[in-house]
Write a protein that binds this ligand. Structure first.
Ligand code: PEP
Length: 247
C-alpha cells in the first residue's frame, strides 16, 4: 500500500515570520496514513527544521545542483539540503524548466545527486496548454518520464508529480478524467520500465491549483496518491484541509 503524501511548495515565499504557519501545522495531530512535507525556501530550511522537530512534518528543498560541491556560485547541493534538514527535493518544476532553461537531462542529473545524498526526488512533469490542445499530453509526459528519471528508481527514492503547466497558480484544473488518464499512463510507464513492484510503489502526486474545495474530488482519482500544492500550502489552515481531504 502506498502512503499518501501532501507536499507543499512555498516557492520564493516566506520570511522568518512564516515559520508560525509551519509551527501551527506541526503542532496539530497528524493523520497516521499521510506523510506531510513542506518545501520552504532554502533560507528557512534550518529554522524550519527546528520548528518541525518531533512532529510528523518533513522538509524538502525546491531544487538542487547536479554536483556535490564546487565552484557554482549561488547554487545549493543535495547534501547541503540534507544537512539543513531536508529529506526530499522537488526537481524539474515547470518554473525551473522555464525560468532556468532546465531540460530532462538536467533533471535526471539532479535526481542522481539527490539520491546520492539520500534525498527523495520529487520529479515534476507536465504539459503546456498548447501541448494539451494539440492532443500531445501523453507524448510529452512519456518523454519527460523517460528523460528526467534515472535508472534505479524505487518507491522510497522517487515521487512523480504531474503538474499541467496551465493549471499552476491559475485556478484552472483538469477534469477528473484528464487527471486519471495521465496518472494511469504514468503508472503504466513506471511499471514497464522499473517492473511492477517498483512501478506500483512509486507515489504519484497531482499538482496545479489544488485547494481545500477541490481536493477531495481530485484525491478520489485512482493512482493519485496525494498532491504537490503551491499557493494553498502557505496557510496552515488551507494545507491542513487538503491533508484532511487526503486522509
Ligand atoms: C506548484 O507550483 O507546484 C503548484 C502546484 O502551484 P499551485 O498549487 O499554486 O497551482
Amino acid at each position: 500500500m502506498r502512503r499518501k503524501l501532501a507536499a507543499g511548495n512555498w516557492k520564493m515565499n516566506g520570511l522568518g515570520d512564516a515559520l508560525v504557519e509551519l509551527r501551527t501545522l506541526a503542532d496539530a495531530p497528524a493523520p497516521n496514513e499521510t506523510d506531510i512535507l513542506i518545501c520552504p525556501p532554502a533560507t528557512l530550511l534550518s529554522r524550519a527544521a527546528d520548528a518541525v522537530r518531533h512532529s510528523a512534518v518533513a522538509l524538502g528543498g525546491q531544487d538542487c545542483h547536479a554536483n556535490g560541491s564546487g565552484a557554482h556560485t549561488g547554487e545549493i547541493s543535495a547534501e547541503m539540503l540534507r544537512d539543513a534538514g531536508a529529506s526530499a527535493v522537488i526537481l524539474g518544476h515547470s518554473e525551473r524548466r522555464e525560468d532556468h532553461d532546465e531540460h530532462d537531462e538536467d533533471v535526471r542529473a539532479k535526481a542522481r545527486a539527490a539520491w546520492a545524498a539520500g534525498l527523495t526526488a520529487i520529479v515534476c512533469m507536465g504539459e503546456s496548454l498548447a501541448q494539451r490542445e494539440a492532443d500531445n499530453t501523453l507524448d510529452i509526459i512519456g518523454g519527460q518520464l523517460a528523460g528526467s528519471i534515472p535508472d534505479n528508481a524505487t518507491g522510497e527514492n522517487l515521487v512523480v508529480a504531474y503538474e499541467p503547466i496551465w493549471a499552476i497558480g491559475t485556478g484552472r484544473v483538469p477534469t477528473i478524467a484528464q487527471i486519471g488518464e495521465v496518472h494511469d499512463f504514468i503508472r503504466a510507464r513506471l511499471e514497464r520500465r522499473f517492473g511492477p513492484g517498483v512501478g506500483r510503489s512509486v507515489r504519484l502526486l497531482y499538482g496545479g491549483s489544488v485547494k481545500p474545495e477541490n481536493a477531495s474530488e481530485i484525491f478520489s482519482v485512482p493512482n493519485v496518491d496525494g498532491a504537490l500544492v503551491g499557493g494553498a500550502s502557505l496557510k496552515s489552515a488551507d494545507f491542513r484541509a487538503i491533508i484532511d481531504a487526503l486522509s
